[in-house]
Design a protein around this ligand. Structure first.
Ligand SMILES: [Mg+2]
Length: 310
């Protein structure tokens, strides 16, 4: 594990107050080396060629050169540099660009600013250690685990998982979200079923311990998280971005382009009903979906995008 004092984060934002708010936190609280630039051009011409930069954290909307253009140049010329975007606007408007420029992480500026979440997001990218809900909790959190093995008990499993959580803080749609995500993990991830053959799926099976979908539930005073891991590893970052974007793109009649898609609608709707969805992918090995809900409304607003693919 590399020491944070050896890691350099370049913060690019045209608003000096926000830039120094983030830079001060990352250097003073987290111990990173931090550099600052006021737009993409400044970062690309003056800083990146002259300094060792490990991660660029860039605002999207800036004069001179915008965040996506900067990250695209970084990807072309400095592919080893990790990339995160940050915005105060609706992330759904940027899904097409995220797909085009292979950006998996778009952090959302909230009031209050969610420093702990930003820290977890950077840590995933910088360490390559992406799996586990633990990093989203800083105080000692409660934890329970459940294995899901049977194809005919997905709804019962979702109810069993919810019963483990502190009952005061459960969003009304969480059960639906868990059924959707568990179904994906069991039937697509492990069983490699096809969505167009849903009527023909066999539900009468029991997965082995190695194949079983592993669910961890964690909570503390601020939030709860449910992590769902399958070892099929079928999900791809590109596909997720493509599917999500089809749900926000409209056709000539104003309907979602992906209205009748067999894939991706469930994921899109799940993302709507919860505060955070984090997708971690080790292709052909392991997929993790982490659902996070805050107990109060402090961090409500636009949803960030967190898709980490090794
Ligand atoms: Mg800006």
């Amino acid at each position: 594990m590399i020491a944070k004092s050896d890691v350099t984060v370049l913060v690019v934002d045209d608003e000096p107050e926000i830039r120094s708010l983030i830079a001060d936190y990352l250097s003073d609280e987290e111990g990173y080396k931090v550099l600052e630039a006021e737009n993409g051009r400044d970062a690309l011409d003056n800083i990146i060629p002259n300094c060792k930069v490990d991660l660029v954290l860039s605002d999207i909307n800036m004069p001179v050169m915008k965040g996506f253009d900067l990250l695209n140049e970084v990807r072309r010329h400095y592919p080893y540099i990790k990339r995160v975007l940050i915005t105060a606007y609706n992330v759904e408007d940027y899904l097409e660009l995220a797909l085009k420029h292979d950006v998996g992480n778009i952090f959302v500026k909230t009031t209050p600013f969610n420093f702990a979440e930003l820290s977890a997001c950077l840590e995933c990218l910088l360490t390559g250690n992406i799996f586990g809900a633990e990093r989203y909790f800083d105080s000692p959190a409660q934890r329970r685990s459940v294995m899901v093995k049977r194809g005919d008990c997905v709804a019962e499993s979702a109810a069993r998982i919810i019963a483990l959580l502190p009952q005061t803080t459960i969003p009304s749609k969480l059960e639906l979200v868990l059924i959707e995500l568990l179904t994906n993990a069991v039937f697509y991830g492990v069983r490699n079923e096809r969505p167009d053959r849903k009527e023909g799926w066999n539900h009468d099976f029991e997965l082995s311990d190695e194949e079983a979908v592993q669910v961890s539930v964690m909570w503390d005073a601020e939030k709860h998280a449910v992590s769902i891991v399958d070892t099929g590893g079928k999900l791809k970052k590109r596909d997720v971005l493509y599917w999500l974007n089809r749900q926000v793109s409209r056709d000539e009649q104003g309907m979602p382009v992906g209205l009748f898609d067999s894939h991706g609608r469930g994921l899109f709707i799940a993302r709507k009903y919860i505060d955070r969805m984090i997708i971690n992918i080790d292709r052909a090995r392991k997929t993790e979906l982490i659902v996070v809900n805050y107990h109060d409304k402090s961090f409500e607003g636009y949803k960030p995008l967190y898709i980490n693919e090794l």
